[in-house]
Write a protein that binds this ligand. Structure first.
Ligand code: ZN
Length: 270
């Protein structure tokens, strides 16, 4: 038996028996980790708050070989985000990020790259004026990147050209409104320029959406949290990721947290 220390973001916390919890953490050092916290729900426990979802905690446990799930010994809060539970939309998008992490097949090579991305995202969402949806878009795009599935948003898939005028046109017109239509090939993960004929099943994206997707790839969450996104681009971005994940990462589609966000975002009575 050896003592293990790790820092992680609580992804999920499930009640277990009368007083215990089964906690899933995404740790900086070890990736996803499931651990049982005995007695953590009893009123005498001081570690309960450190095991709340989306809290960053430092934990200590005794690693017993040949045992799949370990038992927690200590936990303390490193950082927590009070504005997330106070805002249902933010909470929903932050939970969706956590859910994506738990559903992705993350190996030890991916963990050190993904951990700071998740942390930066929920930290940015916690800012009072943050647009959680834009942060979530950035998270999804960066997740694709660390999993080796980043779409090519800079050059035409077909002729490999990145005509400056074409990109400039997108930029100018997207500032004026979503007027330019881009043909995006989900299966091949890229777009077609105006000189190339698009495949029949190409998804139509506005110039604003393509520009935002490129921003999601390159800008940190903190900057994205101040993004302005039109209603058209919001719908397109959502549809884009739904289709992209369904095609490339089938196992992580249909997030429960997103259903929750859509439910609370829907106008009442609909
Ligand atoms: Zn082309």
């Amino acid at each position: 038996m050896r003592l293990v220390k790790a820092e992680g973001i609580v992804i999920r916390s499930m009640k277990m028996g009368e007083t215990s919890k089964l906690v899933t953490l995404f740790t900086r050092e070890l990736g996803l980790l499931k651990i049982i916290a005995k007695g953590s729900r009893s009123s005498k426990s001081r570690i309960g708050a450190a095991l709340e979802p989306l809290t960053v905690s430092r934990i200590v446990y005794y690693q017993k070989e040949n045992r799949e799930i370990q038992f927690l010994s200590q936990a303390e809060i490193v950082e927590f985000f009070p504005n997330l539970p106070a805002d249902l939309e933010k909470w929903g998008y932050a939970s969706a990020c956590a859910e994506l992490v738990s559903r992705s097949q993350i190996d030890t090579e991916v963990t050190p790259k993904l951990y700071p991305i998740l942390l930066d995202t929920i930290r940015a969402m916690n800012e009072p004026a943050a647009d959680a949806r834009a942060c979530f878009g950035g998270f999804q795009m960066k997740l694709c990147g660390v999993l080796g599935l980043a779409p090519n948003l800079r050059r035409c898939l077909n002729c490999n050209s990145a005509p400056p005028r074409f990109m400039q046109e997108i930029r100018m017109q997207s500032d004026a409104g979503p007027t330019v239509q881009i043909h995006f090939d989900i299966a091949r993960g890229g777009f077609m320029c105006n000189n190339c004929s698009p495949p029949l099943e190409a998804q139509q994206l506005s110039g604003e959406t393509l520009r935002l997707l490129a921003d999601f790839q390159s800008l940190p969450a903190e900057k994205l949290s101040r993004c302005k996104i039109s209603p058209v681009a919001r719908r397109e971005i959502e549809a884009f990721f739904r289709a992209y994940f369904a095609f490339h990462l089938e196992e992580i589609g249909g997030l429960a947290s997103l259903k929750f966000v859509h439910k609370i975002a829907a106008p009442s009575g609909k």
